[in-house]
Design a binder for this molecule. Structure first.
Ligand code: ATP
Length: 450
């Protein structure tokens, strides 16, 4: 079983090589087991968009919950908000998104394909032509119209990040909660970017889900909090099962830093095609609060009554992706081994992330077994997310659950009717123990509520 609490400091990862064959295996498993489907597949799909199926929805929810637990529930210095996706376009003017949230684009004059200038040299990857236009900036925000008239005055944008919701609510939250720096505002939610080159399955999509937190601190303390959040966020991925050799923290070089940042580090995962960002931790200084104060005319400051000091807090931001990290958790958990001479595929997911924590399996559909199995199911459902499966042979059902990442199977057999005990099978070791029904919830919670 995954180690639930590794030490907070990671050793330097050994040199690891990406495994390209894993990509197709995960994409296939995601479809087969119902994690991720192509969106509108019956219509031929839709431009790198995906729908999350039954297991995928359960797992996304678990990833959100794990983040929420670490970032909100287990802290007294962070409060949540849920801001609107559509908001006043002035927000995007102040944040710099209207002006600078762009990718350089080139068009191929020969085949009319459009490319991100950074992705190609001077050759069209589609037709090989060198007849390309000059690079032009292309804004990644999705534009829409609010109300019935499609005119300039009613233009609005789908948010390209959740972070601005925290900045524009800074004063409201400060006044409503009486928090004082250092404190944070956290938000989970969908964001939208008109990415030129979406791809690599759910790694880069145009609609995705983010998990972001803005941590407001006295200016002199920002380097200390930057270090703190780098450690916290790195440890979070390790705690939920990503092994050290697939994880690294990479500091941005001076050339890479965004205009507003005085320090950025990315938590990176070794994807099948190489290292890719899971989360960025940035010291955003006072850039955002000052920019919104300047455009709105509202002072966005903190007044410290004890010291009589008034200042604009600096902000440290850990910004991660729910959908992207779910893909990383799946890739890290994928394994193939041999059990009793038979090959099997198993997702060794952390028990908090696995879509189902327990599966209840009557040995057969026999009418004497089913009521007892359902009784066991109802006891467990109050505490855990459970699957129930009475089709096919027990061996095949175990394999299905292994492929879905279910940490425990509880089997009800004919002996259960006599001794009121069930067999509990653990996913990774396939070890089995027999326990009285009364003890099952207690036994499993010791393993699952970690
Ligand atoms: P990238 O360089 O990969 O485009 P970014 O640096 O622009 O990412 P941020 O703006 O820092 O990303 O967003 C924070 C997080 O949101 C990223 O680390 C990633 O997990 C997630 N994210 C950003 N863009 C996408 C996308 N198009 N699809 C899925 N997740 C995304």
């Amino acid at each position: 079983m995954t180690n639930p609490d590794p030490s907070p400091v990671a050793p330097n990862p050994p040199e690891a090589a990406p495994d390209p064959s894993l990509f197709d295996k995960i994409v296939n498993l995601c479809k087969r087991r119902g994690f991720v489907f192509q969106s509108a597949e019956i219509y031929g799909g839709f431009r790198s968009t995906y729908d999350w199926g039954p297991l995928g929805s359960l797992m996304l929810r678990n990833v959100r919950d794990a983040w929420w637990r670490a970032m909100v529930q287990e802290r007294d210095d962070v409060v949540p908000i849920e801001a609107a996706i559509l908001t006043n376009p002035e927000v995007w003017k102040a944040s710099g998104h209207l002006e600078t949230f762009t990718d350089p684009l080139v068009d191929c004059r020969n085949c009319k394909e459009r490319w991100r200038a950074d992705d190609i040299s001077d050759t069209c990857p589609n037709c090989g032509s060198h007849d390309l236009t000059e690079a032009r900036p292309f804004n990644l925000m999705f534009k829409t119209f609010v109300g019935p008239v499609e005119e300039e005055a009613s233009v609005a944008y789908l948010r390209p990040e959740t972070a601005q919701g925290m900045f524009v609510n800074f004063l409201n939250v400060l006044q409503a909660t009486r928090k004082r720096p250092p404190f944070g505002i956290a938000q989970l939610g969908r964001s939208f970017r008109n990415e030129i080159t979406p791809g690599n399955f759910v790694f880069r999509t145009r609609e995705f889900e983010q998990m972001e937190m803005e941590y407001f601190v006295p200016p002199a303390e920002s380097p200390k909090w930057f270090e703190y959040w780098c450690d916290e966020r790195f440890s979070w991925y390790r705690r939920y099962g990503i092994p050290d050799h697939l994880l690294r923290l990479r500091q941005h070089t001076a050339e890479e830093l965004s205009h507003y940042s005085s320090g950025t580090a990315d938590v990176e995962f070794l994807f099948p095609w190489g290292w890719g960002e899971l989360e960025g931790i940035a010291n955003r200084t006072d850039y955002d609060l000052k920019a919104h104060a300047a455009l709105s005319g509202v002072r966005l400051e903190y007044f410290d009554q004890a010291s009589g000091e008034r200042y604009v807090p600096h902000v440290v931001e850990p910004a991660g992706g729910v959908t992207r990290s779910t893909m990383a958790f799946l890739l890290a958990a994928y394994d193939e081994d041999v059990v009793a001479g038979e090959p099997r595929t198993v997702l060794r997911l952390h028990p908090r992330l696995a879509p189902y924590q327990v599966a209840v399996l009557p040995l057969s559909k026999n009418e004497r077994l089913v009521p007892t199995a359902r009784d066991v199911l109802h006891r467990l459902q109050r505490r855990f997310v459970c699957d129930y499966d009475e089709t096919q042979s027990i061996g095949r059902r175990y394999r299905r659950q292994d492929e879905s990442g279910t940490p425990f199977c509880v089997t009800v057999d004919f002996e259960t009717l006599e001794d009121h005990a069930v067999t509990i099978r653990e996913r990774d070791s396939t070890d089995q123990v027999r326990l009285p029904i009364e003890e099952v919830v207690g036994h499993l919670s010791g393993h699952l509520e970690v």
